[in-house]
Design a protein around this ligand. Structure first.
Ligand code: ARG
Length: 274
């Protein structure tokens, strides 16, 4: 794969050379033209599945906003690089990175050993765990209670993984959705009995959709998860920049400020910690 890319690159470079015809002699100018402004460095293209509030979502004007967006914007600023966020569906998001359509991904992505085989992760920037959303009157008190119920998850997430592990790969009780909000809508409609997803997103949804009449159920068996920024495997240069930037915004208080804005002050954040 690498060799093929390299060859393609060489071929392209070669084409460029051949196509280069001698530039026509510039018309003698009366005045020396002003030196062209240096081309602005190309913005890094950041993929994010913007249906995951409060980490990434689209506001009323379609702008992509959220905790992850603020963190990456601050990291980029500290490293003097430009970033451009592009809404990218979760299914296929890792492919856009591998294929070079995105330079990095921020999407509340849990660092897992499996994913580490095909991409590189920055240092962790956020702690999370799975959480269960059920109807207010549900009798569910622990993860095990979901064994005989219909459970909604977002396809290919760590929520999907834990539920698949418990219910079995072929369980018809697992309903997979392309986004977490769609799974939660289905819970409200009664199509599933529970949804399993990242705590921050479930807590945020329940807090902002009182009409849905949900409650959350935690379970000590849910493993601690950590979010990282993903780059193409081997992109050590960008990875080093991101880690430097993360360290810088943690050291200078920027990270804590952003955190407090979304989750409250660190040692007094019962909602986010639920
Ligand atoms: N943390 C979970 C995972 O990595 C879910 C992330 C989903 N993110 C999103 N923006 N939809 O699998």
């Amino acid at each position: 794969r690498g060799a093929a890319l390299l060859l393609a690159g060489l071929a392209l470079a070669g084409c460029g050379k051949q196509a280069e015809t001698p530039a026509p002699a510039p018309a003698p100018a009366a005045e020396a033209p002003a030196a062209p402004a240096p081309a602005p460095a190309k913005a890094l293209v950041v993929g994010t599945d913007a249906a995951y509030a409060p980490f990434e979502s689209q506001d009323a004007t379609g702008q992509i906003v959220g905790f992850d967006i603020d963190v990456v914007t601050a990291v980029a600023k500290s490293q003097g690089v430009e970033v451009k966020f592009v809404n990218t569906p979760w299914e296929g998001i890792f492919n856009t990175l591998a294929q070079g359509d995105r330079d990095l991904l921020v999407s509340a992505i849990t660092i897992t050993d499996e994913r580490k085989q095909t991409m590189d992760f920055s240092d962790a920037y956020f702690d999370a765990h799975q959480l269960i959303a059920v109807g207010e009157k549900s009798k569910v008190t622990k993860f095990d209670d979901l064994k005989k119920l219909k459970v909604g998850v977002q396809t290919g997430t760590t929520g999907d993984e834990v539920v698949t592990k418990m219910l079995g790969k072929d369980s018809t009780n697992i309903k997979r959705f392309e986004s977490t909000p769609l799974a939660l809508k289905e819970l409200e409609a009664g199509g599933v009995d529970a949804v399993v997803a990242d705590n921050g997103v479930i807590v945020n949804y329940v807090a902002n959709n009182a009409g849905s009449k949900f409650k959350t159920v935690n379970d000590p068996s849910f493993a601690p998860e950590q979010y990282g920024l993903a780059v193409r495997k081997g992109n050590a240069e960008l990875l080093a920049k991101l880690n430097k930037g993360l360290a810088a915004i943690k050291a200078d208080g920027t990270y804590d400020k952003i955190y407090a804005q979304y989750f409250g002050a660190k040692d007094a954040a019962p909602a986010a910690a639920a």
